[in-house]
Design a protein around this ligand. Structure first.
Ligand code: GTP
Ligand code: MG
Length: 328
């Protein structure tokens, strides 16, 4: 693997040549996402139609069936209850003419729920340091490559830090992504102190006038206190060395694990102060309802969706498009 030396500047030039994805490309990603959500979508619609039998009589039985359908799409129990409750209220005031109207109302309610979370703010302006956390195998390192690509497309100078020092393979993996993307990766040998890696990375970021430093972390939660200590130590290094930088901690969740992912998220939220969530693997058999459950149960904004294994397979979250993908 190449060392990270003075070649940072050369790499920045590479970044400045990058261009934003066209509307066409963006549409392509949403299509991919929609394909991923297709199972949820068809299943949900099928169940709703079965419940309604062409009419819209929101009796208790129908509402209960709707609630079950929403839960089965991974929207979470509390969220599903709340949505059905709102639907009930709405149907008291206005007549819901047909199943399509009902779907539209549900889509609006869902995007409203998603919009209640704190706004993520400007995702681009640096200098910013982003810590990426999450349990094993959820897609942290791949997400870092995607975020790097997303930022490069927006003409930002990016540097990565191999803060998952737990396994040698983890360091190699992020170094390889760095090489492919043309961005520097600050690393130490396996078993090293992640806070020391972050220290080096912040110095390098300053020297190279980097806008965005993205830090990989090890996916261990079984020792909660250890994780806390590690992140606290990294936090102190950032406080000291990267004063005035914007800072955020993103939790990566594997959407294919549904209910489990939600439980993980709750555990993490107890331990670490989180700013947002990236939901991965929505190109597969994942049920997209997770995004709604995360927003509702954790009050965290979903910032991005992962829809594949390549750096370009990242979609910036849009609540309206997302709700529409579920119900239209
Ligand atoms: N289909 C699909 N696969 C993904 C996505 N994101 C990540 N993966 C795959 O999931 C696997 C794990 O991804 P990693 O990025 O290594 O996950 P991690 O959280 O860094 O894993 P650890 O470092 O072991 O904790 C890899 O095979 C990735 O290619 C996605 O959005 N869609
Ligand atoms: Mg990793």
């Amino acid at each position: 693997m190449k060392s990270q030396g003075t070649d940072g500047l050369e790499r920045l030039e590479l970044a400045s040549e990058a261009t934003l994805p066209s509307t066409e490309e963006k549409r392509g990603l949403w299509k991919k996402l929609k394909r991923g959500l297709f199972m949820t979508h068809t299943e949900l619609l099928g169940r709703m139609d079965a419940a309604l039998k062409g009419r819209v009589v929101l009796d208790d039985e129908t509402l209960e069936y709707l609630e079950e359908s929403l839960i089965s799409a991974d929207l979470g129990v509390e969220t599903s209850l709340e949505l059905v409750e709102r639907l009930k209220e709405r149907s008291r005031d206005t007549d819901i003419a047909n199943p399509a109207e009902l779907r539209r109302i549900l889509a609006v309610e869902i995007s409203d729920l998603l919009d209640k979370t704190p706004k993520p703010g400007d995702l681009t302006t640096g200098p910013m340091i982003t810590l990426v956390v999450g349990v094993n195998g959820v897609g942290k390192t791949t997400t870092i490559a995607k975020l790097a690509r997303w930022l490069l497309d927006r003409k930002q100078a990016v540097l990565l830090a191999a803060g998952d020092t737990f396994r040698a393979a983890a360091i190699e993996q992020i170094a390889l992504w760095g090489e492919r993307l043309g961005v520097g990766v600050i690393r130490q040998k396996a078993g090293g102190d992640p806070a020391a890696v972050v220290f080096d990375a912040v110095q390098a970021a300053k020297a190279r006038r980097i806008d965005h430093l993205i830090v990989d972390t090890a996916g261990r939660l079984h020792t909660k206190s250890h994780l806390m200590e590690e992140l606290a130590k990294i936090g102190r290094v950032i406080d000291r060395e990267a004063e005035g930088w914007r800072r955020r901690t993103l939790l990566v969740l594997d959407a294919t694990t549904g209910h489990n992912a939600l439980a993980q998220a709750k555990e993490f939220a107890k331990t670490v102060e989180l700013d947002g969530v990236v939901l991965t693997k929505l190109d597969g058999t994942a049920k997209g309802g997770m995004a709604v459950a995360v927003a509702r149960d954790l009050g965290l904004p979903v910032l991005f969706l992962g829809v594949g294994e390549l750096p370009e397979d990242l979609v910036e979250f849009d609540s309206r498009e997302f709700a529409a993908a579920l119900f239209d």
